[in-house]
Design a protein around this ligand. Structure first.
Ligand SMILES: O=C(O)CCC(=O)C(=O)O
Ligand SMILES: [Fe+2]
Length: 765
């Protein structure tokens, strides 16, 4: 007999009844985890079985509880629903021209009706019947309760590496000033070497920044005000990370409204334990990921990524000794934590811990009871204008896509459709006017949406042909992708650049304009259209975008699946010039159960506080870089996206000027490597760090820190948010086993790292 799981959705969460196979007689022999927030993983190492079941509501993994009912021999897992709102694709525009471009939506088919807080979903292509049976209909989907505002959120300071593309006529930034660690660009020698080290003394601006401090429990007992990381002082892309407690508290409780979550396709209806519950059974854990290519990519870049199957909960090892399966999983987890060898800068850093070395100093925002989302100098965002739905309806931009297609040859097939649609009638004044009006109307809707909500979702903006072509072009470049880098440190120049896959699990490739010339679909079919949208469509319509003058290089990103994610962050907390973040998704056939949603945390009063945006092919998501916190939910299939940031001329110029006048701290590669290696050991799990939380361990740590060269010490101090090397040495002297342990525990509790998705199993009986 196999493990089977019956799912019982309730109004405020879900209950899963797990029927154990014979021989498994205690909860202690079973490991229950939540993957992402909607997949339950039940493992029985003793009988080498595991089952995944897609939960009918997204749950908050931290609320998960497992009870064992001796009377029935069943495990009962319960978790509270997470409140978020999934953005479903925009329905096709109802105008006949757009409809004509949708062979699947004949002109006489009425567009689906829109409920106030969401967009009706187009039916999923391939639902398993089990899923259908197991899940309530979207309309019947229960409203779920608000995420607990008391739940601690995380604050991480990190900055993504990046680069900017100068405007035409503008001199490119000097290579050293770019400060990229492993940003790889296919072309452009000199500017885009693999190790831009930023060592030439470009400093960080120290301009507006979130107040971060180390807190009192570990290193640096004196809370220090440290400047949030960012690409301050650099044309490289920065992004401080602020996660905010209570960000959803004021939003109306509209619930997460989703389509029926399809079960993994190996699921089958089984006669379950409880007659009144639908049972979803599967014999093995399923992996919706793609094929060998992805596995290879994963292996190549993700030796420290969360494993496909999260490590077993701590409960088991604490109470029940170890089993072979557990050992294997743990060793995978440890590998994920410890990563490869020393050196620093490599993928072996337990960066979740490193990144989490920052703690919130406390409330700094007048707007929120918790922490500041935004750069402090920004005015509070305006409330949502009355009468608008709490979630910005996605805007169907197929018409724009087709109109854009007329400009470029890459769109041959959509251009043909345009011809058919009658908008490509050269010489017809009426047609041109009609087209211009229509384009204007859609662009205005985009601008109004962005203005009202701080974000906008555009569906079908990039044509299928362009997506297909771009994917083919990018496939060729895949060997050049490398792990996404983040800055960890109070100042971009003083922090370490490390690969932190548990925080940022993508691999990226930066394409500057020169490299883009080697592409057709990416450049002309995609990015030209996005530039057009921003510079022509939005810059003229929104006053605070009027200063947009250039954009970053294109950051092509792949999340290889296996739970790769990007932790919650705000792109620009350091006033580095970035005003608008634009994401383009390239994932045909993306399914909800594959995860990978862009989760937005808009802060407009009256708007829904959490919105999930699936990375659907052709979809473009825009948001204000300094306002909207966001994260990429764990992706269980390869997820392709392009990120562009658009810079405000004034803010950007100030950043660049400051970079020139403020010589930075040391970021020489050797110092960085040494600091990063120590950080890894310092913050990694005790089991693999080699620095136990004992008096000897603390002493050892102190000795190692003392032995670092001054540059490395300076980096370490910066990364830990300490004001000086002296403060670092003091904090080492004051370190106790208890404070070291506590710090590590805090890091775990911050939700980063391998324990993130583990429900609390302490209620085992
Ligand atoms: O890929 C996404 O949806 C978001 C990526 C992101 O947050 C970033 O690149 O800063
Ligand atoms: Fe971001």
């Amino acid at each position: 007999m196999e493990i089977s799981v019956s799912l019982n959705p309730g109004n405020d969460g879900v209950e899963a009844v797990v029927v154990l196979p014979p021989g498994v007689s205690s909860a202690a022999d079973v490991i229950v985890e939540v993957l992402g927030d909607d997949t339950l993983l039940v493992q029985s190492p003793s009988c080498a079985q595991s089952v995944q079941a897609v939960l009918p509501v997204a749950v908050d993994p931290d609320t998960g509880r497992v009870r064992f009912k001796r009377s029935t021999g069943k495990l009962i897992f319960t978790a509270t629903a997470r409140r978020s709102t999934l953005v479903h694709p925009a329905p096709p525009a109802s105008d006949t021209e757009s409809i004509a471009a949708h062979p699947s939506h004949p002109p006489d088919a009425p567009p689906p009706e829109l409920p106030p807080t969401r967009i009706e979903s187009e039916p999923h292509a391939a639902h398993c019947s089990a899923a259908e049976a197991a899940s309530p209909s979207p309309r019947a989907s229960p409203a779920v309760q608000a995420a607990s505002p008391s739940q601690p959120d995380q604050l991480v300071a990190m900055t993504m590496m990046g680069s900017v593309t100068p405007s035409p006529g503008e001199a490119p930034a000097p290579a050293a000033a770019l400060g990229r660690a492993t940003a790889v660009t296919l072309k452009g020698e000199g500017r885009h070497g693999g190790d831009g080290d930023g060592s030439s003394g470009d400093g960080s601006t120290g301009t507006a920044a979130s107040q971060l401090a180390t807190g009192g429990s570990g290193f640096g007992s004196a809370a220090t005000s440290a400047t949030s990381s960012g690409a301050t002082g650099l044309p490289s892309i920065g992004g401080g990370v602020s996660c905010v407690t209570g960000c959803t508290a004021s939003a109306p409780d509209n619930g997460r409204v989703t389509s029926p979550p399809p079960a993994p396709c190996t699921a089958a209806v089984a006669s379950g334990a409880d007659a009144d519950a639908t049972t979803v059974t599967s014999t093995v854990s399923t992996d919706v990921n793609g094929g060998d290519d992805d596995a290879k990519l994963y292996e190549e870049y993700y030796c420290d990524s969360p494993p496909a199957m999260p490590p077993p909960s701590r409960h088991r090892s604490e109470h029940n000794g170890r089993s072979a399966v557990h050992d294997a999983a743990d060793s995978a987890a440890q590998q994920s934590i410890c990563g490869g060898g020393g050196g620093g800068g490599g993928s072996g850093v337990n960066a979740a811990r490193v990144a989490a070395a920052f703690e919130p100093a406390g409330g700094t925002s007048s707007r929120d009871a918790g922490f500041s989302f935004t750069a402090p100098d920004l005015p509070p965002p305006p409330p949502l204008p009355p009468g608008l739905p709490p979630v910005a309806p996605p805007i169907d931009c197929r018409y724009l896509s087709v109109a854009n297609a007329l400009r470029v040859s890459a769109h041959a097939s959509t251009a043909a459709i345009a011809e058919l649609m009658g908008i490509h009638q050269r010489g017809s004044v009426a047609a041109e006017r009609r087209k211009a009006n229509k384009v204007n109307e859609i662009l205005q809707r985009v601008a109004d949406t962005l203005d009202a909500y701080g974000y906008a979702v555009l569906d079908n903006y990039i044509s299928e042909a362009a997506i297909k072509g771009a994917r083919a072009e990018l496939k060729v470049m895949e060997p050049h992708y490398s792990a996404g880098m983040i800055w960890v440190g109070k100042e971009a120049e003083a922090g370490a650049q490390i690969s932190v896959s548990s925080v940022r699990g993508d691999v990226v490739l930066w394409l500057d304009d020169q490299a883009l010339n080697a592409t057709a679909f990416v450049k002309d079919g995609m990015l030209a259209d996005v530039d057009e949208l921003v510079f022509e469509g939005l810059r003229t319509r929104l006053p605070y975008l009027a200063g947009l003058h250039r954009r970053s290089d294109a950051m092509m990103a792949i999340y290889p699946g296996k739970g790769a994610r990007f932790a919650k962050h705000v792109d620009n907390t350091a006033m580095d010039g970035r005003r608008l973040t634009v994401l383009t998704y390239l994932n045909p056939g993306w399914q909800e159960q594959q995860g990978g949603a862009l989760r937005l945390f808009p802060v407009r009063e009256g708007a829904e506080g959490v919105v999930d945006v699936l990375p659907l092919a052709g979809r473009v998501a825009l948001f204000l870089s300094a306002e909207v916190a966001h994260e990429v939910m764990p992706a269980y299939a390869p997820r392709h996206a392009v990120t562009l940031w658009y810079f405000d001329a004034g803010e950007h110029a100030a950043t660049l000027t400051a970079a020139k006048v403020m010589p930075g701290a040391c970021s020489r590669p050797a110092a960085q490597a040494a600091a990063t290696a120590l950080l890894r050991d310092l913050l990694a799990d005790e089991t693999c760090s080699g620095i136990p939380a004992t008096p000897e361990g603390c002493a050892q740590l102190g000795t190692r820190v003392a032995a670092l060269d001054p540059g490395a010490k300076q980096l370490l101090a910066a990364v830990l948010g300490l004001p000086s090397v002296t403060a670092l040495m003091e904090s080492m002297r004051g370190l106790t086993p208890e404070s070291l342990r506590r710090r590590r525990e805090e890091l775990r509790n911050m939700g980063l790292g391998t324990q993130h998705h583990a429900p609390d199993t302490s209620a085992h009986v």
